[in-house]
Write a protein that binds this ligand. Sequence first.
Ligand code: ISE
Length: 342
Amino acid sequence: EHVSVGVIGTGGMGGMHSENLHSRVPGARLVAVADVDAERAGRIAERCGGTVYEDGVDLIRDDSVEAVVIASPDPTHAPLVLECLRNEKPVLCEKPLADSAEAAREIVEAEVGLGRKLVQVGFMRRYDPQHVAVKEVLRAGTIGAPVLFKGWHRNADIHPGITSEWVVINATIHDIDSARWFIEEEIEEVYVRGINTAPKLGGDVWDLQLIQFSTTGGRLGTIETNVVSGYGYEVGVEVIGERGTVQVPPPSGAVVRRDFAISQRIEDGWLARFHTAYVVEMQAWIDGLLRGETLSGPDAWDGYASLVVADACIASLRSGAPQRVSRLEPPELYRRGVEVTR
Ligand code: ISE
């Protein structure tokens, strides 16, 4: 038995998801790929199989496609997810779920209207073994209740063309989800500052941003997002609890001594750093679908809630003042288990 999956978007991320579905995830079959660049989709299809579409909507409507992965550009996410819901097909959508909280709210409402969860969001850190190990320590109560979250998120470099808002919606969104997942409380207030460290992006683009936040239960947090670190790709988390702290370990590659120095390699990007997480994420999604289980991964509510916080971060960036986050009350659907059917 297997799930027939279609992948929309065949850039770096969609290409990796396609390869994983094809050769690393038992129980999945890649049956279609779509990309506005049909040649690029064709190259993936040659290696991994599947019908080629130029338009993601046609892929979603293909009867042989039982479940959909969306890895096309951010502004296309919300309309494609809504199309999946109209066709009642389970969908794993890359983050961000939409390009604004308002657009994500529409997805939540459509799903609530259907009465079952079909949408998972690609917050893959929740499947990264190092992040999972931190989560397990917190769950076990080993360091007591969390009191402070510290996240740092560094990309090696970025092409010109980005904006300060993009840094929040496309990069920091992961850390917002991470904070919500580890602390298990909503973010209540944010205060964001930024500076430009990379003139090539344009002097008004804040590539280094620092967020301070507080949560509904009175915890604190900081998030550093640095999209031009200049040295490599790294994601760090430390949670300070009442009795101790827990953090993801530093890079664990071979330790090299040479030329009077010690060194270890650091990954160049997320595809390498989170390679295992992407496979585990996909396998868990496919296994859940095969077993007809309730979706257990990050859902449309997580996608929406993270965007509400992201919108508040952008408001704070613009005003230079702390910003309250609208209060979030999840609908019933996101509080109890409901069957997922395919
Ligand atoms: C990218 O889209 C990702 O999702 C990566 O995980 C993140 O580190 C990067 O900043 C984003 O641009």
